[in-house]
Design a protein around this ligand. Sequence first.
Ligand SMILES: [Zn+2]
Length: 330
Amino acid sequence: MDISPYQLDLTQAGTRRLDIRLAQDLTLPLTVVRRGDGPAVLAVGGTHGDEFEGQIAVTRLARTIDAGEIQGTLILMPFHNVLACRAGTRLTPGDSSDLNRLYGRPKGSGPAQSIAGFVEEMLLPHVDWVIDLHSGGDAHEFVLSSNVQARFPSPEYNAMLAPLLAFDAPYAIVFDEVPSSPHMPHGGTLEGAARALGKKAISSELGGAGRVSAQSLAVAERGLRNLLSFIGVVPGDQATPPAQSRSQLLFLGRPEHHVTIRTSGCFAPMVDLGTEVRQGDLLGHIEGRNDAEPIHAPTFGVVVAVASQGRQQAGNAVFYLADNINSART
Ligand SMILES: [Zn+2]
């Protein structure tokens, strides 16, 4: 059903598959499922169009979910930046805007701005939880992980540890912003905007390199179900209790976790995802015609992301490392 944003009624019971008309040539697919009282959850894929696990997991759930299965309100938005999803690109075609940098800020004109404005005004105030499923995109490949934005340790970390682990991906990463780094900012993100409104927010990094694997998709679909069950909006016995989660708990937020390069050239990695490295270990090279730049680990940690493009530019982050904080789980 094609409706205007102002016709959206989140209190109506049942399952509704909607197209929200944000402009003459821009509609946003949305499935709203409601039954009785309970938590209200917004589950999102496709914030970046070159990250596919979330698009597939959320769209499959939207196609198959029955109102009888749920308790509360579930809003499924599989193609958040619908134009970028259609193009398979991280950024919005046309104006190259990153939808995940437009939240919590004054909005200009353009389709991505309209989408962020709609979500911020019409959806976020009415939900308790936001689940935003990301992957590494064309640029990076990440370990399969649930994510939360928080300092470690902090009250936010304490409050969000249980849902982070309930996702039950192989890894669970606590991200903190590194103020000196342009990589992975928290400002402007959907998750950040949700947290600013006092909502609970969980995201993910589920593979990447511009493709989907059988394993990354399985972790995405199971993780989404696990989390919805933990929250209580899709009750069921399929959820893994957080205490039994197999996730390795990691912290990514020290400046040395972002391993950047000084020269441009071909990227020749020597370590794979999940490798534990020590400070000073050789992680790879940037190969130039006359010289090779060695890439040393600035700190100890677990390799949680590797650049997936063979050609790299000076200043790029080609590895991300994270601290193993598994001992903090108990
Ligand atoms: Zn993303």
